[in-house]
Design a protein around this ligand. Structure first.
Ligand code: NAD
Ligand code: LMR
Length: 325
């Protein structure tokens, strides 16, 4: 039996966590032979609700769950963790834009970035789910100078999965027939879902759908899906977000077998995106490492969209610059 791995989840009593922690404890995150100790962080007001979540985890009798820590203390939550799923933040309500959340949620991530720096395993892999996810990941990364910046990522896997599902419905194929889907940029309405290189059952996706559908249906539907879910449910997406978070860490830890996935990661300058900006790229993963897919041609239609979402991320970065001291 492998040694247990400590996995922290923040916002442990929230709606995403109510799906996420059970998926983690059941083995979906790190595989069926990896025992886990869950370290769940919450706000003091939500500790009673968190206790209830821990009771339900107990009642599942998960063989891989070797311990549960529930706490409102960031040091206790982050000590020795190898994975951090930073979910806890205020979600967007109906009619709100992500910018409204920037400063309030930004403060959470300076504190948590510093705590990761001080207490986590030196190789901790960090996924930020809480919005605005890219900029929160940027804040956490900048607040943790002793950790490898590459280990700070934000979630665009939900957008990636949404894009797969839309294209699969349009082409009447299985999602598993679709390869090389990409989400570029910010997890926001400026993101660019790109099927330039996508294939569907071996055929170029662009030969199966027309440009009008791509520009006026596919792209806006994926960009606006979060808002559409909020409108329909009165609350932001939760089960699908948890599912995407599991996909993101699972593939980062265990490999994507050559398949492209989308992850927002610190730019290394690829495709002209400024270094350090947390930007979603086409990614492959192997041996616990991710790599940005290189050498793709970017046409004018794509470049305009890459630039628009880059500009938004640069604006977000300016808006929180003072939080970084
Ligand atoms: P929720 O309000 O149901 O739960 C959030 C939980 O976080 C609450 O229980 C709250 O007490 C806790 N929390 C707040 N600040 C905290 C802190 N400093 N430390 C620890 N816990 C803290 O919200 P939710 O629906 O679970 O969504 C969580 C976040 O995920 C939101 O920001 C939402 O917008 C975001 N989200 C991101 C994606 C994505 O694709 N990246 C998708 C869906 C939702
Ligand atoms: C989503 O994409 O569903 C979430 O980020 C919620 C939101 O605010 O859009």
């Amino acid at each position: 039996m492998k040694k247990p791995v400590r996995v922290a989840v923040t916002g442990g009593a929230g709606q995403i966590s109510y799906s996420l922690v059970f998926a983690i404890a059941s083995g979906q995150l790190l595989g069926p032979d990896q025992p886990i100790i869950l370290q769940l962080l919450e706000m003091p007001v939500a500790m009673e609700a968190l206790k209830g979540v821990a009771m339900e985890l107990d009642d599942c009798a998960f063989p891989l769950l070797h311990g549960i820590v529930t706490t409102d203390d960031v040091k206790t939550a982050f000590t020795d963790i190898e994975y951090a799923l930073l979910v806890g933040a205020k979600p967007r309500g109906p009619g709100m834009e992500r910018n409204d959340l920037l400063r309030d949620n930004g403060k959470i991530f300076t504190t948590q970035g510093k705590a990761l720096n001080d207490y986590a395993n030196r190789n901790v892999k960090v996924l930020v789910v809480g919005n605005p996810a890219n900029t929160n990941a940027y804040i956490a990364m900048r607040s943790a100078p002793d950790l490898n910046p590459k280990n700070f990522t934000a979630m665009t896997r939900l957008d990636h999965n949404r894009a797969l599902s839309q294209l699969s419905a349009k082409t009447g194929t299985k999602v598993t027939d679709i390869k090389k889907m990409v989400i570029w940029g910010n997890h926001s309405s400026t993101q660019y879902p790109d099927i330039t290189n996508t294939t569907v059952a071996g055929k170029a996706a662009k030969s199966l759908v027309d440009q009008n559908w791509i520009a006026n249906d596919f792209i806006p539907t994926v960009q606006q899906r979060g808002a559409a879910i909020i409108k329909a449910r009165g609350k932001s997406s939760a089960a699908s977000a948890a599912n995407a978070a599991v996909d993101h860490i699972h593939d980062w830890a265990l490999g994507s077998n050559g398949e492209w996935v989308s992850m927002a990661v610190p730019s290394d300058g690829s495709y002209g995106i400024p270094e350090g900006l947390i930007y979603s790229f086409p990614i492959t993963t192997a041996n616990g490492e991710y790599s940005i897919v290189q050498g793709l041609e970017i046409d004018e239609f794509s470049r305009d969209r890459l630039t628009k979402t880059q500009n938004e991320l640069e604006e977000e970065r300016s808006a929180i610059a003072d939080l970084l001291g």
